[in-house]
Design a binder for this molecule. Sequence first.
Ligand SMILES: [Zn+2]
Length: 235
Amino acid sequence: MLTKMLKKLWVNNLINLFYPNVCQSCGNALNQQEEVICISCELRLPKTGFHMHDENPVSRVFWGRINIKAATSFLFFSKQGKVQNLIHQLKYRRQKDVGVELGRLFGIELQKSPFYKDIDFIIPVPLHPKKLRKRGYNQSLVIAEGLKESMGVDVFTGLQRKIHSSTQTKKTRYERWENVKDIFKIENPEELENKSILLIDDVLTTGATLEACATVLSDVPNISISIATLAYAHN
Ligand SMILES: [Zn+2]
């Protein structure tokens, strides 16, 4: 009995050594009920609450640019903050679990809103194949998988990139827009006819990429487009 217990303990310690169960936000050990992010960090997530309002700072980003039904972001993004760290874990540290978990938590919030009740498909903003090869996964798709879990809505992966856009950082907003507007295409667009879709991205900054995706999607007959991002970088 004792040897069996010791053996189990040893195996668990060994697993923890290679796959330490620590909170991806604060680094403290997780208890058995916690996954990815500890309860304490989860409760302190800087939620925007924008999803409960038809008009909010995120929907205003798209005013006069594209016709969308609703738009929101889950969390406030601030430099050197907890949310930046979590998104860094997701994008550059191969911590896909962080994206799935935050997507799942976001979906629970969206379910409480009257504006995201009739969604037929979740559509992640596609990553360029080159970046996809480098990173190994599309972080927006990972977030979408989490949303799917809590919202019970399928993910549509037919929105794709055509060509690589060069570095965006030193360009003006207009130049960036010129650059992104022709880079997306939809495979099997007929599947989206008469549907309500939720376009997903990680962080909202200028909204240029989301605008480009939404513009392409808006060619589908009778489509209704909403936008949701994990974080909102306010200026
Ligand atoms: Zn924590």
